[in-house]
Design a protein around this ligand. Structure first.
Ligand SMILES: Cc1cc2nc3c(=O)[nH]c(=O)nc-3n(C[C@H](O)[C@H](O)[C@H](O)COP(=O)(O)OP(=O)(O)OC[C@H]3O[C@@H](n4cnc5c(N)ncnc54)[C@H](O)[C@@H]3O)c2cc1C
Length: 484
């Protein structure tokens, strides 16, 4: 009879939470398996959010959100440097238009001081205009937080997964967890692709984390997805704004923001609406119009005629009003990373370290892995190189001379490399997330067929078996204009 391999830890979910936790655990002598139902890491909420590393002044003092955001923010410089992921500390502004906003901003500043947030100041119109020449003339006051940053959340998750694999972590994708049974001293995890065993489970299942918890009899929280929609603007608009620009928050949250992205686009959004379905990432004309109206108050110079895409993400809002992080009270060895809505991205590196501490406690200590390598092989971003560097690349590999995506200037060599890395791309969307063909103005209109061909060739698959995003999204079904 076949004996199943016992894992020390199974992480359910390969978004930013799961990939961070797994990479942090890889520092120790542990067998770690990450399971995700999607065809790639970072295909859910980690793919669709504002991408801001928040300074940490605004979460309720004493909450888990506040604690982990404040701890997590300073960790981004090192991890993004180690993993060669774009991260920019551009700073944020919370802008106010009247006396009421000024009072809120003063309170946020005070809360920030109590939370020991460095490099914050309250600034007035002249200084605001100097920082942001295209901001509305009606802005009177702003909270300036220099430590806020922007990152590419899905590139970070991919890099964490790649580095995790290099350090021994196993990933099992396109595998849905459908049940968990408590056995004597371990868990039996039933999935769409068979059963797996683990002494400890870390639940990083995003909007589905409550359902996973229920599988071990823990009903302590439920998750109600809250959708946020966005406009993404062309890089032509990229120089209009320099900071993350929030409006003064209301009871409904941080509100609609304008921000540059690490790749030089502009993001405008999100709104905030509870939805019934955990996979409802549709966008609607009315919601988008409302976002446009609100954002136009911050600046009347947003060029909405340069929108290249709209999209939506789902916040995993829990009925606890906070993150739910810690060992389950009813299932020993089952660890929650639940209710992981904003500022989950900012908090993730600190949460991962905390989860390791819990596992150390549960298992009576962990042995460090002396071979752990925190760095991954750097990625060539051809478009960002100078002429000399480009020429050197082409001399070393002529595939750098073949531009596949004209909008984003992505070369064939970069695409080939991203397919053959650990946690390499296997789908068109996977290539898009890693090297950006399809992220530009034409949204893949010109380059997608070429990417399909490269994927088929490099993965040695028939072209009909190359999908956009996993097994349900094939692109080519059969040959047309066949010679009869
Ligand atoms: C509109 C919006 C804006 C945001 N802006 C910011 C921001 O600017 N800054 C910030 O810090 N945070 C922000 N956040 C929050 C941040 O995006 C999230 O905290 C973070 O991405 C959550 O990561 P995760 O890994 O928990 O979830 P996810 O990325 O959703 O990953 C969960 C994974 O679990 C898998 N899974 C679920 N169920 C199963 C199952 N049964 N079997 C197998 N796999 C399963 C899914 O496939 C998925 O890949 C925002 C969120 C939203 C929605």
């Amino acid at each position: 009879m076949e004996t199943k391999k016992m894992n020390d830890v199974i992480v359910i979910g390969a978004g930013i939470a799961g990939t961070f936790v797994a990479r942090e655990l890889a520092r120790y002598e542990l067998d770690i398996l990450v399971i995700d139902q999607e065809s790639d890491v970072a295909n859910a909420t980690t793919m669709a959010n504002s991408a801001i590393v928040h300074a940490g002044y605004d979460a309720k003092p004493g909450s888990q959100k506040s604690f982990f955001n404040i701890q997590g923010n300073p960790m981004f410089d090192q991890v993004c440097e180690e993993l060669d992921v774009p991260f920019k500390r551009i700073g944020s502004l919370v802008i106010g238009f009247d006396e009421e906003d000024r009072q809120t901003i003063d309170k946020m500043y005070e809360a920030g001081l109590k939370n020991h947030i460095p490099e914050m100041s309250v600034i007035e119109t002249d200084q605001i205009k100097e920082l942001e020449p295209n901001i509305s003339d009606k802005v009177r006051v702003a909270l300036y937080a220099k430590t806020a940053g922007i990152v590419s959340p899905f590139e970070l998750a991919i890099a964490l997964a790649e580095n995790g694999i290099e350090n021994g972590v196993k990933y099992q994708l396109e595998t849905k967890v459908i049940g968990i049974e408590k056995q004597n001293g371990y868990y039996e995890v039933h999935t769409s692709r068979g059963d797996y065993q683990a002494r400890t489970i870390v639940n990083c299942a995003g909007v589905y984390a409550d359902q996973i918890s229920q599988m071990v009899g823990d009903t302590s929280y439920s998750i109600h997805p809250r959708k946020g929609e966005y406009y993404l603007l062309d890089k032509k608009a990229g120089k209009l704004f320099n900071h993350v620009i929030f409006q003064t928050p209301t009871d409904h949250g941080k509100g609609v923001l304008i921000t540059p992205t690490v790749h030089g686009n502009v993001l405008v959004g999100p709104d905030s609406n509870f939805v019934g379905e955990k996979d409802d990432v549709s966008t609607e004309a009315m919601s988008l119009q409302e976002i446009r109206n609100i954002a136009s108050k911050s600046s009347d110079k947003i060029p909405f005629n340069q929108v290249i895409r709209t999209f939506a993400g789902l916040r995993a809002s829990s009925d606890m009003g906070d993150f739910v992080i810690g060992e389950s009270k009813v299932a020993k060895g089952f660890i929650h990373v639940g209710g992981f809505e904003s500022p989950g991205l900012s908090a993730a590196p600190a949460v991962a370290k905390y989860v390791v501490e819990i596992i150390k406690d549960i298992s009576g200590g962990l042995r460090e892995k002396v071979t752990f390598n925190p760095r991954r092989r750097p990625v060539v971003r051809f478009a960002e190189l100078n002429l000399e560097e480009k020429q050197k690349c082409v001399e070393e590999d002529p595939n750098y001379g073949n531009i596949i995506c004209r909008c984003e200037q992505v070369t064939e060599a970069e695409i080939i490399d991203c397919i053959h890395r650990d946690m390499g791309a296997t789908t068109v969307k996977g290539v898009k997330k890693r090297t950006r063909p399809g992220m530009g103005r034409c949204q893949g209109g010109f380059c997608e067929p070429k990417v399909v061909e490269i994927l088929a060739r490099e993965l040695n698959r028939p072209i009909e078996e190359v999908s956009y995003n996993g097994s349900k999204a094939y692109i080519v079904t059969e040959e047309t204009k066949k010679q009869i």
